[in-house]
Design a protein around this ligand. Structure first.
Ligand SMILES: NC(=O)c1ccc[n+]([C@@H]2O[C@H](COP(=O)([O-])OP(=O)(O)OC[C@H]3O[C@@H](n4cnc5c(N)ncnc54)[C@H](O)[C@@H]3O)[C@@H](O)[C@H]2O)c1
Ligand SMILES: O=P(O)(O)OC[C@@H](O)[C@@H](O)[C@H](O)[C@H](O)CO
Length: 412
């Protein structure tokens, strides 16, 4: 039996993309914000992005689950109570009913980088059309995927889908819906059976849906919340006017290094981030990549030094078994914001292309040739010549190919 809930928040948030990260991040911030302030009462109706299984399993235990914060020395378990309903994202009737409820003020989204080009934007547009028909008022949509200008990218994709369905509906979205850009950070690997056993040993509960994450967490947000929001700042979130330096720091240091470790690491036989980062040759390469990338990040050197120091410890955490295979998926949608963007910024600043930047792109080509593509545009790399050139061609062709705009920073 799941533990008894101590709180029963009402449904005032919706989420699309019920995965590990949503449970380790947005749901945890909401849980802590509710706990930190008297009268805070924000519950989440969460929807899966593609398959129903996660929703079925979470609903079977009343939405509660264990977050295991795992550092190098041990585990700390928290029962997270902010999710009040979990639904199959394919259930269009419930999806539209939740978004049409006036009490629902915010929709958060984690649909992966590739998801911005799939069916999810049309699903969001359909939910917003239901809200408009119900006269339920404005809403904030908060994009939480690893993309620069994620809110602006999502807005463009949703508006494109809405315009195709009903131009008046698109006008309503322009007037009533705010798309919030965010930087999200918390290393959250896919949960394993060993993690479930660890949760049982620690709590005595057979939790089918625990999630394991590092203790570190960051959420920086820029945008309006026209219908209100939880007091996420009470849980450590920051609200800023200019997100760009935070995006650069996160994507160009952490995520770019992750991609390097994923492609070069698996090619050298490693399976997890900590193992790849313990390989001296790869660690040197990460340090050199950071030097190339940080040269074009708009933050003081001291901030970048402390971010890099923290990353060295975070990547080395031997108890977070973060799969390189998971990180290496969908390179077409990840490498532009992580590596091509800063490479272009170096060019704009009159600097030479970084040797490590080019090498990560070349590694991706080699990786696809060895392990096969995980996204459609990358399939051309299977027969491409070695080197960064073919990678750059794939990234350039994918940029804007679907009218949504480049997969990295977009214009408003
Ligand atoms: N895991 C992390 O460490 C982490 C950290 C920061 C940000 N993120 C962001 O969160 C995203 C999800 O990560 P996760 O760990 O929760 O993964 P996950 O595999 O546990 O869950 C992914 C969720 O996204 C949905 N989804 C997948 N592809 C989709 C698509 N094409 N369209 C719509 N929905 C889709 C899935 O159905 C699922 O609900 C990442 O892609 C990334 O952008 C993850
Ligand atoms: O989640 P993805 O697939 O965008 O990328 C894999 C990792 O690089 C990423 O999840 C990081 O762990 C995360 O961004 C840390 O905050």
């Amino acid at each position: 039996m799941p533990p008894e809930r101590t709180t029963h928040p009402s449904t005032r948030l919706a989420h699309l993309g019920l995965g590990a990260f949503h449970r380790a991040h947005q749901a945890w911030y909401t849980h802590r914000a509710n706990a930190a302030a008297e009268g805070e009462d924000w519950g989440i109706a969460t929807f899966t992005g593609r398959r129903p299984d996660t929703a079925t399993a979470l609903a079977a235990q009343g939405g509660v689950y264990t977050l295991l914060e795992r550092d190098a020395d041990g585990d700390r378990a928290t029962l997270v109570e902010s999710i009040v309903a979990a639904h199959d994202g394919g259930d269009a009737v419930t999806w539209q009913a939740v978004l049409a409820a006036p009490e629902v003020a915010v929709l958060t989204v984690t649909i992966t980088e590739a998801g911005y080009r799939g069916a999810a934007p049309a699903r969001i547009a359909a939910g917003l059309a239901a809200r408009r028909r119900a006269g339920a008022g404005p809403l904030a949509v908060v994009a939480c995927d690893n993309l620069r200008g994620n809110g602006r990218l999502l807005r463009a994709a949703v508006l494109e889908a809405a315009t195709a369905a009903d131009p008046e509906g698109a006008d309503w979205i322009r007037e009533q819906v705010s798309f919030v850009d965010t930087v999200v950070d918390r290393i959250t690997p896919a949960t394993t059976d060993a993690d479930r056993r660890a949760v049982h040993a620690l709590t005595g509960w057979h939790d089918a849906m625990p999630v394991v994450a590092e203790p570190f967490s960051e959420w920086v947000l820029a945008g309006r919340f026209p219908a209100g929001r939880p007091g996420w700042e009470l849980a450590g979130a920051r609200f800023v006017d200019d997100l760009e330096p935070f995006e650069q720091r996160k994507l160009w240091l952490l995520n770019a290094a992750h991609s390097l470790l994923a492609y070069a690491g698996r090619l050298r036989g490693h399976e997890t981030v900590d193992a790849a980062f313990a390989d001296p040759a790869l660690r040197d390469r990460v340090e050199r990549l950071w030097e190339e990338q940080r040269a074009v990040i708009d933050l003081p050197a001291a901030d970048l030094d402390s971010a890099a120091s923290a990353l060295r410890l975070r990547f080395a955490n031997p108890r977070i078994r973060h799969s390189l295979e998971q990180i290496g998926r969908d390179g077409t949608f990840k490498l532009a914001p992580r590596v091509l963007d800063p490479l272009e910024r170096r060019r704009a600043a009159g600097l030479a292309d970084g040797a490590e930047q080019l090498r990560v792109l070349a590694d991706w080509v080699e990786y696809v040739r060895r392990f096969g593509p995980t996204d459609a545009p990358a399939s051309t790399l299977e027969t491409a010549p070695p080197g960064a050139g073919a990678a750059m061609a794939v990234l350039a062709a994918a940029a804007g190919a679907d009218g949504v705009g480049p997969p990295r920073g977009a214009t408003p």
